[in-house]
Write a protein that binds this ligand. Structure first.
Ligand code: SF4
Length: 481
């Protein structure tokens, strides 16, 4: 349904095509905005490129691989120390060896393509870069090579370089071919990483059967957690819940994970899928190729975490596990209830706006309800139709949704809806500060983890501290709020 006249944002009068991207939620007849399409020329989108999706989101959190970006140095600029997808892989320094084997936030390696490489080809340089990085970090489990716009356009044959380097170092070398230009947003890069990583895992397992889990090592309740990137140690709350349930977590795709465990993903009995935007692809492929089913889950909030535990227990059909799930839920609720009650009392009725990549806008609708807060608008950078269907199903009717917003739309929505809190990322927080609107970093968190029952307390605390920070009395523009 077209957006009602009174909801049309003034800033878009000069690009009326943007109105197709705006809707009001409706539970009975979901309203889906135009989404996952090219950004309109002239619209200053905040989207990332496909390479950002493959390296920055899905592949980046792998902890023990050297990640090489085959690009001019610019593409590698925003690649380390940014997203707080943590890892616990450490090693000691040795002669000619850097001191930390945890690759995912520590280092960005680029082949540093220059003009002459564009003219004469960059394959030789890529090979040298791989071998030099390997000499410096010999403890790494393998190498991931990412192509970018430049290497994609000049057509370097990266798989042949990977095969040569693999022979030389005796470890897996995978190529993820997802140049920035090849999709409408970072979402394309998520997809590419899933498919290409899966194909190379399958091929590697065929050539190296020792990389697969042996029959005698397999357990009846082996699970993997797919689409979980260990933001600010979310896994410290997720894994123990499933272990208490009686499951063994074989691997996480990809938060802080080791490549050796990722090669064993097809050997699990069940995949538990958290980020259903970026990682449904690989879950479908594993289901098709290895007959390992998956369940969709959300680890945010009380109700959704409880549902995830119950559904995993139900999948295994074990009475004991189902009882265990109820005991875990009861115990966790007892532990967190006093704190959650405290925050709910103070946050009830507060208005919240949300701007995240895609899935968190629907994951967090219920979390906000559990805190008594009212979502007044939502924005997604790269959501697809199924994300908007889920938002429609979970939100109150009449919540204003904006697909792929630009900064002017964000500013106008803040002015129009006057939220008490804006759940958003780093870039937007400065605009919000100027307008006197509190934010909570919704990509990398403030003081996480935010997942599961106890993470909910941290999330509620950060929201409370943001909303009630005394500074807003001084910083807030009286005409604005
Ligand atoms: S891959 Fe392309 S769009 Fe992405 S950062 Fe590099 S040059 Fe820019």
């Amino acid at each position: 349904m077209a957006i009602p006249e009174e909801y049309k944002l003034k800033c878009d009068f000069t690009i009326p095509e943007r109105y197709k991207h705006h809707v009001l939620t409706n539970r009975k007849e979901p309203n889906i905005p135009a989404c996952n399409v090219k950004t309109i020329p002239g619209d200053m989108t905040e989207r990332g490129c496909a390479f950002a999706g493959s390296r920055g989101v899905v592949g980046g959190p792998i902890g023990d691989c050297i990640q090489i970006i085959h690009s001019p140095s610019g593409c590698a600029w925003y690649q380390w120390g940014t997203r707080r997808n943590l890892s616990d892989i450490y090693a000691w320094a040795g002669p000619n060896t850097l001191c930390n084997d945890s690759q995912n936030r520590r280092r960005a390696v680029t082949s540093d393509l220059l003009e002459k490489d564009v003219v004469f080809g960059g394959m030789e340089k890529l090979e040298k870069t791989c071998l030099e990085a390997w000499r410096l970090i010999p403890g790494a489990a393998g190498i991931l090579i990412y192509t970018t716009c430049t290497s994609g356009l000049i057509g370097d044959d990266c798989p042949s370089v990977a095969r040569r380097v693999e022979r030389e170092i005796g470890k897996p070398v995978f190529v993820i071919d997802s140049p920035g230009f090849c999709g409408v947003s970072q979402s394309t890069g998520h997809h590419h990483f899933n498919v290409q990583f899966y194909d190379q895992v399958v091929e590697y397992r065929e050539k190296h059967p020792e990389a697969c889990m042996k029959e005698e090592e397999k357990g009846p309740y082996d699970i993997t957690i797919i689409g979980e990137f260990n933001m600010d140690w979310d896994l410290a709350y997720i894994k123990p819940l499933f272990e208490k349930l009686g499951c063994r977590v074989v691997a996480v795709f990809t938060g802080g994970e080791r490549l050796g465990n990722l090669l064993k993903i097809p050997d699990a009995k069940l995949n538990v899928l958290h980020c259903q935007r970026s990682c449904t692809y690989i879950s479908d492929l594993i289901k098709e190729g290895f007959e390992v089913p998956y369940v969709n889950a959300s680890f945010f909030g009380i109700e959704q975490t409880a549902k995830a535990l119950r559904e995993v227990a139900e999948f295994f059909g074990s009475e004991e596990m189902m009882e265990k799930a109820e005991q875990i839920i009861e115990y966790e609720l007892e532990v967190i209830s006093p704190a959650i009650d405290f925050y709910r009392e103070r946050l009830t009725g507060k208005k919240v706006g949300m701007y995240v990549g895609g899935p968190r806008v629907w994951h967090w609708q219920r979390v906000m309800k559990e805190l008594g807060m009212k979502v007044v608008f939502g924005m997604c950078t790269f959501a697809h139709e199924d994300d908007y269907e889920k938002i429609n199903a979970r939100a109150e009717d009449g919540v204003f949704l904006v697909d792929n917003p630009n900064e002017f739309e964000i500013e106008e929505c803040l002015e129009r809806f006057k939220p008490d809190l804006f759940l958003t990322g780093l870039k937007e927080k400065y605009l919000c500060r100027k307008l006197g609107v509190p934010t909570v970093n919704s990509h990398s968190y403030e003081k996480g983890p935010y997942a599961c029952f106890r993470g909910m307390v941290n999330f509620a605390r950060d929201i409370y501290e943001g909303v009630y920070a005394p500074v807003w009395k001084f910083a807030r523009d009286k005409d604005f709020i």
